[in-house]
Design a protein. Structure first.
Length: 141
């Protein structure tokens, strides 16, 4: 796109989730937009992703509520892909495989999957607390 998403205060990036109930669907529609400011697009360009889990034989129509929010679109690509998940938890086989990325553009389910894989590998939860610092503000060893 050659502009930010309308009604986002000219945001250089944003995340919009249209609740499934609002659209009378089973799944939410996700919109993620980033721009040239994040060095992911050419100068004065924005890249928007609109995604959801397919519910019908017309996936493009399922995205229309999200696409309408974008304003004029310079180029558009539609891609439908299957979702995969491992057939075992990896504990026995020692092959720890993640699930496919789903439609959520904020990566919530991917983070949950990664934390679960870490626990299966190490036997403990991942510690994401900030490192402790000494009285000089340096990280303790």
């Amino acid at each position: 796109m050659s502009h930010p998403i309308p009604n986002t205060n000219n945001a250089e990036s944003c995340q919009i989730i249209i609740p499934q109930k609002e659209l009378k669907r089973k799944f939410d529609v996700y919109i993620s937009c980033t721009s040239f400011a994040h060095h992911v697009a050419a100068k004065n360009k924005w890249i928007a992703l609109v995604s959801t889990k397919v519910e019908t034989n017309n996936p493009e129509a399922e995205l229309q509520a999200g696409l309408k929010l974008l304003g004029p679109i310079d180029a558009q690509f539609l891609h439908v892909r299957d979702l995969y998940e491992p057939t075992d938890d990896g504990v026995q086989s020692k092959a720890f495989i993640s699930r496919s990325f789903d439609a959520e553009t904020h990566f919530r389910t991917e983070v949950i999957d990664i934390l679960d894989i870490y626990k299966r590998i190490t036997g403990k939860d991942m510690d994401l607390s900030p490192p402790k610092k000494d009285e000089n503000g340096k990280e303790e060893q």
